[in-house]
Design a protein around this ligand. Structure first.
Ligand SMILES: NC(=O)c1ccc[n+]([C@@H]2O[C@H](COP(=O)([O-])OP(=O)(O)OC[C@H]3O[C@@H](n4cnc5c(N)ncnc54)[C@H](OP(=O)(O)O)[C@@H]3O)[C@@H](O)[C@H]2O)c1
Length: 334
């Protein structure tokens, strides 16, 4: 098969399309002929060597959708020809609250979806939602699972909550908006782009603030008061503003740190507010199933930014590096 291999880390241009073996099929594995893949910030970080546990050579790509091409001898739940998507949380383990020590993410160290075929354990394979196209289905797994666990399990979202979602240009943030709106919460977003704020309002946000303006958080507070729940993937200096904006008993769920570590956290604010700061990573198989059921029930459609051909995976990653996308960047395969 053809696949993109990363052998060094000088950015997206380091990816090379090569012929590689699919590998021998184990009893509990399936081979999926991929129809589409989608990108996450993780893929871009890895091409620059900026990801914990870097291990090369690697075939990147955590998200995909396709058709079962072959099944191992012990596989009963799927047959050749079934249309599927993949849960990229590998070896999550038995507990929902934490992942096992063997947990890894599809697409480094194990082979990922920027390839014509993918061999993986059948426990990570799920029926493709019929109401979605191949590219829409491929856009869901990693980011939607992270958003779902952040809001529902870790964030304990309530119907009347006012939820703040910083950086709506992020893939996870956008799913968090769609899930929280479908749940019935009031969502406020931030962005560096007025256009992205306008699109978020079209999707159901009640307001948006431009975080490039120094006093954005003062304006937010004046207009809406304090918030109950923040779902943050940005980290960095502005994290302290999120603490300022949290009301009594509120929660901040942190799933990422695109802007690096938080320089100084003002602890008295945390304890005087009786608030929680909680971390979250992707999600368990049960949460993946619940997320798919929630999407199906509310007929949530992923927002797609731009679609690329398989020969243009490098351009797709460069586009992600520019950071002006709103919605997922997808790849057509085959
Ligand atoms: N824990 C997990 O399981 C998990 C899963 C997925 C992702 N992540 C991590 O989560 C982060 C987000 O990933 P992603 O792929 O969804 O998105 P991403 O592409 O990394 O998101 C980038 C967005 O961050 C926003 N941003 C940058 N500086 C900001 C600031 N000062 N204030 C507010 N927003 C700011 C920008 O939004 P605007 O364009 O709107 O300005 C930008 O578009 C990454 O660090 C990723 O590694 C973690």
């Amino acid at each position: 098969m053809k696949a993109y291999i990363l052998r060094d880390t000088k950015g997206p241009e380091s990816l090379k399309m090569e012929n590689v073996e699919i590998g021998t099929l184990d009893r509990n594995e399936v081979v999926v002929k991929l129809k589409a893949a989608s990108l996450n910030r993780r893929d871009y970080f890895i091409t620059h060597g900026m990801y914990p546990g870097m291990k090369l050579d690697a075939i990147l790509g955590s998200d995909g959708a396709g058709v079962i091409e072959a099944v191992g001898e012990a596989v009963k739940s799927f047959s050749v020809g079934d249309e599927v998507i993949m849960n990229p949380s590998l070896n999550w383990g038995d507990r929902d609250d934490i992942n096992s020590e063997e947990f890894t993410v599809l697409g480094m160290p194990s082979n990922g979806t920027f390839a014509e075929y993918l061999k993986l354990p059948v426990e990570n394979v799920y029926k493709k939602p019929a109401y979605l196209s191949w590219e829409e289905a491929a856009a869901i797994p990693l980011a939607a699972l992270t958003a779902y666990r952040s809001l529902i399990t870790r964030g304990q979202l309530q119907k009347d909550d006012v939820v703040l979602i910083p950086g709506i240009g992020s893939g996870v943030a956008l799913y968090a908006l769609q899930i929280a709106v479908a749940f019935g919460a009031k969502v406020i977003v931030t962005s560096s782009s007025e256009e992205k704020i306008a699109k978020a309002i079209e999707l159901g946000a009640i307001a948006g603030f431009n975080y490039r303006e120094n006093d954005w958080y003062k304006k937010l507070r004046k207009e809406f008061g304090l918030v109950n729940l923040t779902i943050d993937g940005v980290g960095g200096e502005s994290f302290n503003r999120l603490i300022d904006l949290t009301g009594q008993g509120g929660r901040i769920v942190s799933y990422g740190a695109t802007n690096g570590p938080v320089p100084q956290t003002v602890l008295p604010k945390v304890f005087f507010k009786n608030m929680d700061i909680r971390g979250t990573t992707m999600g368990s198989p049960r949460e993946f199933e619940q997320m798919l059921a929630f999407f199906e029930q509310h007929k949530i459609k992923p927002i797609l930014d731009q679609s690329f051909e398989f020969v243009d995976v490098i351009s797709a990653l460069q586009k992600m590096g520019e950071g002006n996308n709103f919605g997922k960047i997808t790849i057509k395969i085959g």
